[in-house]
Write a protein that binds this ligand. Structure first.
Ligand code: MRU
Length: 338
């Protein structure tokens, strides 16, 4: 077993033949509980409620949701598509996976053909992540410090991860000597999930508050910010977890390089620019309480967009399994994603 594969022990989306088993990411890191989804509706609810999250993982889960609907017959299948599609709006992997399953349905695929398609979506994602790990690590240089945001690891994908895959590969090769993870308020994907993945796979990492990013980059300990994406527009603008945009601004100010790592299923050439990407708004209650405990005075308002858009001009490299796009813009995107 090579070093990269040993840094890859977590699987969050598990097909069990008649049910989809999901590692409940709301409970990590202190409980490793799984929930079983028996229908497409249950899969849609699990996506909406963040049992499963991360752009590729929700696409893969939705594909399995279509298989579950297929097992219940044609009417269930037709009903499932819009329910799954509406589960979350920003990550295009969800729509991409459903379109792919829909094409099979339209060709008259039976349930076992649908199952093969969902498995292919899952397997291709894992292979893409391994390949992107190598491509991204090749850009890093020697003995660098990196910062990441949110969770882009095995939990957010079929396995290995996108940005976290590059961090796994670069740590294995000795190129990365320091990893900082931003906590990612309000849902704490960085603190709860990324730190758990890195500790579990033996990669030393340091948690920082989201508001420590500028001070950290000024200190010279970070040479690359490496993040994932929920949707990449045709001009190279990137929607990702809220807070990504401010990291890109701070990185540029301090001469820190900014890398986005995402599979082709995250690229949406039908969306011209980041301005056209729908940004999910979640319940303000997520900001008004912490661990179920109210932290803000009753009656206070909160604004809770959970993604933002980083303009292409602030990005040094977009890494996909098809290749690397340096200094992305519309024409460079077109060269790989015509
Ligand atoms: O709200 P989440 O946790 O689903 O948001 C996840 C992110 O923003 C990730 O960075 C993105 O989906 C890429 S995951 C490989």
């Amino acid at each position: 077993m090579n070093a990269e594969i040993s840094h890859d022990s977590i699987r969050a989306v598990l097909w069990r033949g008649d049910r989809l088993r999901l590692l409940d990411q709301r409970k990590l890191p202190f409980a490793e509980d799984y929930i079983d989804c028996m229908s497409a509706d249950e899969v849609a609810r699990a996506i909406r409620d963040l049992v499963v999250r991360g752009a590729p993982a929700i696409g893969i889960s939705a594909a399995w949701g279509v298989v579950l609907a297929g097992q219940s017959g044609g009417a269930a299948l037709a009903a499932a598509m819009p329910v799954l599609r509406a589960a979350r709006p920003t990550a295009v992997n969800l729509m991409w996976a459903l379109d792919r399953m829909q094409r099979r349905v339209a060709e008259g695929a039976d349930v076992s053909a649908l199952e093969r398609e969902a498995q292919a979506i899952q397997d291709e994602d894992l292979a893409a992540n391994r390949h992107m790990g190598e491509l991204g690590a090749a850009l890093l240089g020697k003995k660098v410090g990196v910062m990441t945001h949110c969770n882009t690891g095995s939990l957010a994908t079929a396995g290995f991860g996108t940005a976290l895959g590059v961090i796994r590969a670069g740590s294995s090769s000795g190129q990365i000597v320091r990893v900082f993870a931003g906590e990612t308020r309000p849902w704490l994907q960085g603190a709860r999930l990324t730190m758990w993945e890195l500790m579990r796979d033996g990669i030393p990492a340091t948690l920082v508050g989201d508001s420590a990013a500028a001070h950290l980059m000024k200190s010279g300990q970070v040479q690359w910010v490496i993040v994932g994406a929920d949707r990449i527009a045709a001009n190279g603008d990137v929607a990702n977890k809220i807070g990504t945009y401010q990291l890109a601004i701070v990185a540029r100010h301090h001469g820190v390089k900014f890398m986005v790592v995402a599979p082709a299923s995250t690229v949406d050439m039908a969306t011209a620019s980041g301005n056209d990407i729908e940004i999910e708004m979640r319940d303000p209650a997520e900001l008004l309480a912490h661990s179920g405990q109210r932290t803000v005075v009753e009656g206070a308002l909160a604004w809770n967009p959970v993604f933002d858009v980083t303009p292409a001009a602030l990005i040094d490299a977009i890494v996909t399994e098809r290749g690397v796009i340096e200094m992305p813009d519309a024409s460079r995107m077109q060269m790989l994603f015509a």
